[in-house]
Design a protein around this ligand. Structure first.
Ligand SMILES: [Zn+2]
Ligand SMILES: [Zn+2]
Length: 556
């Protein structure tokens, strides 16, 4: 065995949900697997996205050779613009993954200066001392791969996200053979997705959703709205197929839904018959039973298409009594309040709402492997070392316990958290220290702005740009705004004639309130986000500064 040390350093995603990013190092060569983001929790209101601290990569910038992507979900590629703006390095990914990446980089004006290398399942490529073999796997997105990384000390398999779907809608099968072959040859370490380790049994195939969709299409008399993640290509494909069968035109509402469907169409994952697609503006021209609207916003995001339609504030997507709304997605922990609030609004519109409530057949299936699938891969791969990845602490721990009980399949189990440095050499494996890790909050500007520079809103930034608190008093009983909004600023001096600026800012907030419907005003999540966006636009335009804006609603 060659002398030398292999380091595995998770920079995010181990012990937290999202923000997946991991460095592998042999001598002077580092590769990075995935560069994800995390969506901010409610307490971080005022920032748009959260990305991993990459100080370790910046300190070793001359050694970083490549970023290699397993698939195109935001928790794997969403941090790329931020990382690439700090560190210029080639990005490897499959065709579909790179299509998402291109769009993202274009938005941040990073596309021209970034080298993108397309990879294919089964085609090995070399980066420094590593030979990497992408292995085709199935997941809720298409064109996803696990990575078998040949290092001087042995093969490390990083599963990425996966489930073992025996009947994927695109007929591109999970390559169990390659996993088995590596198992026969010997694998140093298996790093496996822990997301669904708490679920017994097997995760149903993407095709399982078809029965429910079929039932919905056959029963629905009026307009049908279907919401899913814009990256749920299998789901969009299914909806479009059924819409065709049931003679409904399809309208795509929301930029992410439109863009994602277009990419899937370009790359041959979705076929849309001529004349099937209509512009959202044409919805009103068709009888309600001839239209299917694909709309984004399953998580109750305040500015999304569905949230706006739910409070009757969308230009084209009007939900009327008797319409049906399908939420074909999971309720992501932390988003429950926003989602149920949106569902309440939909009930107020007298719509039939179909969401994941445990009933069968399912309206949504997970994209991650359950216990039996996880065990299957362990059995095929038979790694000397097993390391659970992608999960909160309890999930990593349960995955580690499961692996430890797999005598015969798994050698030793190692629990890592983001920042731990795991070292392998000819003698074995051990933790040898910590790399700096953490969350960096970024305000990337609203999605509709064409380009805005990335702005880091860490503490330093906060102390430079300060904080603005618009305070709105709402009468709890009547729901009316009681007095003119107050605006408190700390550490932020607008630099204009102070009073004029403040007065104008208050007018902006008043306008936002006046132009919002009663339902929007009663939904604090929605109204706070609207105020934040409007005020931010005004402040950026007039001061070129980016204070943290946190609307506060006082119930009196
Ligand atoms: Zn994923
Ligand atoms: Zn993921």
């Amino acid at each position: 065995m060659p002398a030398g040390k292999l380091h595995i350093i998770p920079l995010g995603g181990l012990g937290e949900f999202g923000m997946n990013c991991m460095a592998l190092r042999w001598g002077d060569d580092i590769i990075v697997i995935d560069a994800g983001l995390m969506f901010p929790e409610a307490e971080l209101l005022g920032v748009d996205i959260v990305v991993p601290d990459i100080s370790y990569l910046l300190e070793n910038r001359q050694h970083v050779r490549a970023i290699i992507l397993t698939h195109g979900h935001e928790d794997h590629i969403g941090g790329l613009p931020w990382i690439l703006s700090e560190l210029s390095v080639p990005v490897y990914g499959t065709e579909f993954t790179l299509a998402y990446v291109e769009e993202k980089l274009e938005e941040h004006q990073l596309l021209d200066e970034t080298v993108l290398e397309e990879i294919r399942a089964g085609q090995r490529f070399k980066v420094g001392p590593f030979t990497i073999n992408p292995i085709q796997v199935t997941h809720s997105l298409v064109d996803c791969v696990s990575l078998a990384i040949h290092t001087p000390l042995g093969v490390v398999i990083h599963t990425g996200d996966f489930k073992v779907d025996p009947t994927p809608t695109d007929n591109r099968l999970f390559d169990l053979h390659s996993f088995a072959e590596y198992g026969k040859e010997g694998v140093l370490a298996l790093l496996q997705d822990s997301t669904n380790v708490e679920r017994p049994g097997y995760t149903p195939s993407e095709r399982a959703v078809r029965r429910k969709f079929d039932e919905v299409f056959s029963r629905t008399q009026r307009r049908l709205f279907i919401s899913c993640f814009s990256s749920s290509i299998h789901r969009i494909k299914l909806a479009i197929e059924l819409a065709y069968e049931y003679r409904r035109k399809v309208a795509l509402v929301g930029r992410s839904m439109t863009d994602s469907t277009e990419i899937a169409q370009d790359l041959g994952y979705i076929e849309i018959p001529d004349g099937q697609l209509i512009h959202p503006g044409e919805i009103k021209n068709y009888p309600p039973d001839r239209v299917c609207v694909m709309i984004s916003g399953t998580q109750g995001e305040p500015m999304s298409g569905l949230s706006r339609a739910a409070v009757d504030n969308h230009k084209h997507a009007k939900i009327e009594p008797g319409d049906t709304v399908v939420l074909s997605s999971r309720i992501i922990p932390g988003n429950e309040k926003a989602i149920y609030r949106m569902i309440d609004h939909l009930f107020r519109r007298e719509a039939h709402v179909i969401y994941e409530d445990g009933s069968q057949p399912p309206v949504h299936v997970s994209g991650h492997a359950s216990q039996e699938e996880l065990k299957l891969i362990m059995n095929l791969v038979k790694p000397r070392y097993f390391i659970p990845i992608h999960g909160e602490y309890r999930q990593l721990k349960r995955h580690a316990e499961m692996a430890a009980s797999m005598h015969g399949a798994v050698g030793s189990v190692i629990m890592l958290e983001s920042g731990d440095i795991l070292e392998f050499d000819e003698l074995g494996a051990r933790k040898v220290g910590r790399a700096p890790v953490g969350r960096v909050c970024i305000d990337s500007g609203s999605r509709t702005d064409v380009v805005e520079d990335l702005v880091i809103k860490d503490r330093r930034h906060l102390s430079e740009d300060g904080i603005v608190l618009p305070i709105i008093a709402i009468n709890k009983l009547t729901g009316l705004v009681e007095t003119a909004p107050e605006i408190v600023m700390r550490g932020f001096a607008p630099g204009l004639a102070e009073n004029g600026f403040l007065a104008e800012a208050r007018t902006i907030v008043t306008n936002t309130l006046e132009t919002s419907s009663e339902e929007e005003k009663s939904d604090y999540g929605v109204i706070k986000e609207k105020i934040r966006q409007d005020l931010k636009r005004y402040i950026v335009k007039n001061t070129q500064r980016r204070p943290l804006i946190m609307p506060v609603i006082l119930e009196i």
